[in-house]
Design a binder for this molecule. Structure first.
Ligand code: B12
Length: 341
């Protein structure tokens, strides 16, 4: 079997749906995008401010010669409407935490590469490394940048998690369908029009601190100006991805791990009463859990305030009186005021 075909077989067997291989060269194109974001005060939190480092694969693995950019599809079922006293969860957090799944699959792939491609040094990148996962994917030819900023990987749309493996050998390169994927953006402004907070304000341009996904993950009090716009979103936001016609035709995922563990929306009143232990038991396997229980309880109060359902009043009153976190108490008081007044 030719080496690229053999590599491809190993990658699919490890549980990935698509991949592209490129030399471990700097991500020049992304540098300009990140510099502009920094100049315009739109550089995302949760990331390293050193742009040269973020776009230099060898900063993660000095001996890197090749980068395999990888995608795992996660569109499983369609979410129904959000019932009263429930909050919706973005598709990326429905199932088992993707960090865990992708990292485990990368471990299998590493064993394969050690055995068959003489790899002796490697580094994994799944979301939490300083490298820009989307830039690796576009640069390698795995996917195309979208107006909603997401990377689209045919035929799965943008419903893909991204990961990368850096290795110290020259692997067979994949053929690129287009010369430069940066120059083939998925163009459609439906996502820009659909974004409730104006976080997406032009194709490929985002102000991350206005993004509902960010607002539901940030610590502290959610700024007042955005609370109503959060609507019924308990965790994450898919509005800009759902607005995309390409995504409506996207192929479904084969991975059962990403089926909803507890529904596509969650009941808010039980969530408000949960102890840390109950929270861990109920939601500990999902990627929602990384920020802890209080953040989800704060968000639950905001959603309840937006829904205006009087059935939430007793639980919210109890939260105002007894919750140990001032941030959660403040959100509950805000919600009560909206329901009662
Ligand atoms: C910080 C972060 C966030 C922040 C900031 C998001 C952002 N857009 O920067 C917040 C908390 C808001 C966030 C939200 C989400 N995130 Co996030 N996040 C990250 C993280 C850690 C870094 C992102 C980063 O560096 N951004 C830098 C900026 C400048 O990049 P960007 O603007 O997105 O770049 C694109 C545009 O500039 C576009 N572009 C540039 N020029 C042009 C020109 C034209 C004409 C067009 C059309 C486009 C275009 O191309 C770039 C690549 O697509 C990465 C993991 C990682 N280590 O890379 C995950 C990551 C980007 N997140 C991911 C996911 C799944 C999400 C959410 C969908 C989760 C959810 N459902 O709530 C949302 C999507 C929000 C959105 N529309 O971007 C995935 C994305 C997978 C994919 N298919 O693209 C990643 C890659 C994690 C992973 N490994 O799978 N995230």
């Amino acid at each position: 079997m030719p080496p690229l075909e053999f590599l491809s077989k190993g990658i699919y067997e490890a549980g990935f749906d698509a991949f592209a291989v490129m030399p471990a060269a700097p991500l020049e194109y992304m540098r300009a995008i990140l510099r502009q974001a920094q100049r315009e005060n739109r550089y995302p939190d949760f990331t390293d401010p050193d742009i040269n480092k973020r776009t230099e694969p060898r900063a993660l693995l000095n001996s890197a010669l090749s980068v395999i950019s990888l995608a795992v599809a996660y569109r499983t079922v369609e979410p129904g409407p959000t019932p009263p006293l429930h909050g919706s969860v973005s598709r990326s957090a429905w199932g088992i935490d993707y960090h865990r799944i992708l990292n485990r699959r990368l471990d299998h792939l590493i064993v394969f590469l050690q055995k068959h491609f003489q790899v002796t040094e490697w580094a994994k990148a799944v979301d939490t490394s300083f490298l820009v996962d989307r830039a690796l994917a576009v640069q390698a030819g795995l996917g195309y940048p979208g107006a909603n900023c997401a990377v689209y990987v045919p035929p799965y749309g943008s419903w893909v998690f991204l990961g990368a493996l850096l290795v110290n050998v020259e692997l067979p390169r994949t053929e690129k369908k287009t010369e430069n994927n940066w120059l083939q953006p998925i163009h459609c402004e439906g996502c820009v029009r659909a974004c409730p907070t104006g976080a997406l304000y032009a194709p490929g341009k985002i102000r991350p601190r206005r993004c509902i996904s960010y607002l539901t993950q940030m610590s502290g009090e959610i700024p007042l100006e955005f609370r109503e716009k959060i609507g019924t979103k308990l965790w994450g936001c898919d509005i800009c991805q759902e607005a995309s016609p390409v995504n409506k035709r996207a192929q479904l995922s084969r991975h059962k791990e990403f089926l909803p563990l507890s529904g596509t929306s969650l009941p808010l009143l039980p969530l408000l009463k949960m102890t840390n232990r109950q929270f861990k038991k109920e939601y500990g396997l999902t990627s929602m859990a990384w920020r802890g229980k209080n953040i989800l309880q704060r968000n639950a109060c905001i959603v309840l305030g937006n829904q205006g359902n009087p059935e939430a009043i007793p639980a919210l009153k109890q939260t105002v009186e007894n919750h140990p976190s001032p941030v959660v108490r403040e959100a509950a008081a805000w919600a009560l005021e909206r329901i009662i007044l």
